[in-house]
Design a protein around this ligand. Sequence first.
Ligand SMILES: CC(C)(COP(=O)(O)OP(=O)(O)OC[C@H]1O[C@@H](n2cnc3c(N)ncnc32)[C@H](O)[C@@H]1OP(=O)(O)O)[C@@H](O)C(=O)NCCC(=O)NCCS
Length: 159
Amino acid sequence: MVRIHVREAVEADAEKVARLIARLKLVNEELDPHFKTVPNLEEVALEYARKAITGGDTRVLVAEDEETGEIVGVLVYTLVDRVFYEPRIKALITDFYVKARYRGRRVGSLLLEKAAEKAKTDGAGILTVVYPAGNNIAAGFYERKGFRDLQVEKYRPLD
Ligand SMILES: CC(C)(COP(=O)(O)OP(=O)(O)OC[C@H]1O[C@@H](n2cnc3c(N)ncnc32)[C@H](O)[C@@H]1OP(=O)(O)O)[C@@H](O)C(=O)NCCC(=O)NCCS
């Protein structure tokens, strides 16, 4: 049984966090051409990760294999003030990725549980997530975790 420790990311984790986030974006790219990634994905992911780790309304949690110290999963959420609605503060999960060989071993469950706990202490009253419509694994995962549809994002390409 793998022992996993979930903690907040620190600046020294930025490169590893960036690599996992880049992989997530490549998963999205495979699901839909409208998620075609930029040519300098790694560079952009590193800048994004650094900002998210140090940034004001964004939280980055990492799952670490206690035995090896390897970062095997990441979850990023942002606190958003829904000015018109109550509860006003939502925690929006924008990035969530577990390394393939660690999947199905409850790493994702642990990251989500810790994120929910932390979001509450951040003042959030609702936890939401966005992911590509074609991501059936994510759909099944969130369904099991008690998430329901809240809103829909449609698109039409502009030529
Ligand atoms: C979604 C993801 C983070 C889940 O992480 P994980 O560590 O595999 O999840 P867990 O092992 O904690 O599984 C939690 C539940 O989801 C189910 N589940 C996980 N992967 C599944 C799959 N491929 N098919 C069906 N069910 C699955 C598990 O059976 C478990 O159900 P239970 O709680 O009823 O026992 C992981 O699959 C992943 O990184 N996927 C690629 C990136 C992605 O899709 N991210 C989500 C976008 S926001």
